[in-house]
Design a protein around this ligand. Structure first.
Ligand code: ZN
Length: 143
């Protein structure tokens, strides 16, 4: 148990499921529940600091550490993840999360605040809508 699947293991799982008429629908989380990704790529967070990783058993499942919505590198990273998922999973669906995303970091982040201003948004909630819409548009064009 390494806590992850290799791409070959995913391909085996997809085949196993297909033989049993089961559709595997991949789920990624954004902009919240991103601590694992941000631990590997802290530059995708608002403050660039590597977050402390907690296990599920340690209790806290909602963290202030979320993807920065003001940096283009965040969108490029997520687009790359989507490209890999689309290659591995034949499902016409991909779950992209969207819930449990505290906005404390976005409120203090110059990049997120600039994105809000540049797009004439009212607040961080509208920034999340923009964020999810951009990823949704990319996914729609990819699939
Ligand atoms: Zn930010």
């Amino acid at each position: 148990m390494g806590g992850y699947y290799s791409q070959d293991e995913i391909r085996d799982l997809v085949k196993y499921a297909q033989k049993r008429n089961v559709m595997l629908v991949p789920e990624i989380e954004l902009p919240g529940h991103a601590c694992a990704a941000l631990a590997s790529y802290p530059s995708l967070s608002c403050n660039g600091v590597r977050p402390v990783i907690h296990t599920f058993l340690e209790g806290k499942s909602i963290h202030e550490e979320i993807f920065c919505a003001g940096k283009e590198t965040t969108y490029e990273f997520i687009s790359g993840v989507i490209d890999e998922l689309c290659e591995l999973f034949p499902s016409p669906y991909i779950h992209i999360g969207g819930d449990e995303a505290p906005k404390a970091r976005w409120q203090k982040c110059p990049d997120c605040q600039k994105m809000i201003k540049d797009n004439n948004l009212k607040n961080e909630e509208e920034l999340q809508s923009l964020f999810v819409r951009r990823i949704g548009d990319y996914l729609e064009n990819e699939k």
